[in-house]
Design a binder for this molecule. Sequence first.
Ligand SMILES: Cc1ncc(COP(=O)(O)O)c(C=O)c1O
Length: 283
Amino acid sequence: MSDTVYLNGEFMPLADARIPVLDRGFIFGDGIYEVIPVYSRHPFRLTEHLQRLQHSLDRIRIENPHDAAGWTRLIREIIERNDGDDQSVYLQVTRGVAKRDHAFPKGVKPTVFMMSNPLVTPAPALVESGVACITAQDFRWLNCDVKSIALLGNCLLRQLSVDAGAAETILLRDGQLTEASSSNVFVVKDGTVLTPPKNNLVLPGITYDVVIEIARAREFQLEVRAVTEAELRSADEIWLTSSTKEVLAVTTLDGKPVGDGNPGPLFRRMHALYQQFKLDHMR
Ligand SMILES: Cc1ncc(COP(=O)(O)O)c(C=O)c1O
């Protein structure tokens, strides 16, 4: 496995990449990131990832250091310079290096870093078995639509599920489902697929959008609306979605079976359609 990364205009071995300790990403968590799945060396949904990158930058008032064509060139090059057909490209932009002061510095260039790791999607056995999840109160800030590198809240919440031997922590705020620590969440109740709308309480997942697109195209019954804790707890099926988990069934929640404790029929259909969608949309 090669480990070529990109930092501020140059490709280099990971071991040679250095940033100053006064980088505002290090000092304040002042930056944003993206994770782009790559299948057979094709970045999946690249346009949508770059649009979300722009949204995050706009929300925290950092000027985009590259246009879409520039990002596309860099992303294609990092894929090229790393081994493996299926990769997970991580990129992050911070406000840059400046003397420590909360106020935004003037005339500072953003720091741009990219790396690529092997893309590890759920093994077939996990798709067959589904995963255990726990719930927790969503105590994160109210700007969860920003893909911020300041992920301490998400890390603390994820660790709760690690400690409980579970795969994810599903989050509830004011009696309603938001998302999970690093995934979006769908619920199936009486044949209808439910998921919360995109707003400031959730990350607008690229996989979430794909699943909704498939559900609409294939005439699943779908409602994008607030989902209550009671609906989550009495769901027939629960799915997690993310770029690395793709679509994954949740088969126990807080130790209790979801439905009959096996991945449900709508999950199986959606999972198969998602795999086909990937093949049809390699670009
Ligand atoms: C908090 C959170 N929600 C949702 C997602 C899913 O987003 P995507 O489908 O773009 O990977 C992620 C991905 O890492 C996440 O961190």
